[in-house]
Write a protein that binds this ligand. Structure first.
Ligand code: DX5
Ligand code: ZN
Length: 229
């Protein structure tokens, strides 16, 4: 994975057809997705349950781009190797999920993955200051995690602060929650480069009507790019 700060659209398969993940992943990639975002929820850290390592391993052969795995689970450390074995390219843990995020990020990198740290809306940018040298991606949640389709919470001042803290370091800023063509310009202008979008990508489309995914991805991308050009 090479690093750049161009806008990348990462559809969340949380909004896909759960009976047809392989074809859904292929459809969004064929329609221009840069990364595939996979939301792992444990019914404990967040009030919803999705899938675990065996499902993520089954997604792997379908993902030709970047498999971006967002863990909304606690504890994290006992499962890091399982997600490495499942083929995650990026593994993101929440800073709120445990007392030892520094150790968790070290373990993710030691297992051969890129390490991400996610911040709930109530967590300040400063919380990651001493983690940045162990981090490849900071995920700024713009909803309280757990469900797709929630209303965007404005975190632009946090994004700006992170962007300035990161400086020239090769660290992505990813935005997750409520991203659509209206909110994408705000976060892109503030310094984000990876935009996760679930409902805004999958709405109105299907594997039999994938052009809609393409149009939706393009709408989010163009809106974001117009804010930084
Ligand atoms: C929220 C998840 C998100 C979510 C985004 O807990 O981490 O990735 O699926 O969905 P939308 O784009 O519908 O807000
Ligand atoms: Zn997510």
């Amino acid at each position: 994975m090479s690093f750049d700060r161009s806008i990348k659209i990462a559809p969340s398969i949380l909004s896909a057809d759960f009976a047809n993940f392989g074809a859904e992943i292929q459809a969004i990639e064929a329609q221009g997705a840069d990364w595939v975002h996979i939301d792992v929820m444990d019914g404990h850290f967040v009030p919803n349950l999705t899938f675990g390592p065996p499902a993520v391993k089954a997604f792997r052969p379908h993902v030709k781009t970047v498999m971006d795995v967002h863990l909304m689970i606690t504890p994290v450390d006992p499962y890091i190797q399982a997600y490495a074995d499942a083929g995650a390219d990026i593994l993101t843990a929440h800073i709120e999920a445990g007392a030892h995020t520094h150790r968790t990020l070290q373990a993710i990198r030691a297992a051969g993955m890129k390490a991400g740290v996610a911040l709930n809306p109530g967590t300040p940018a400063d919380a990651v200051e001493h983690l940045l040298d162990l981090t490849d991606l900071v995920c700024v949640m713009t909803v309280n995690p757990g469900f797709g389709g929630q209303k965007f919470i404005d975190m632009t001042s946090k994004i700006r602060k992170l962007r300035s803290m990161i400086g020239d370091r090769p660290i992505h800023i990813e935005i997750d929650g409520g991203v659509d063509p209206k909110t994408a310009p705000l976060v892109a202008a503030a310094g984000a480069d990876v935009l996760v979008a679930g409902s805004a990508v999958f709405k109105g489309g299907s594997v039999d009507n994938p052009d809609v995914y393409g149009a939706n991805i393009k709408a989010v991308r163009s809106a974001a790019e117009s804010a930084i050009s």
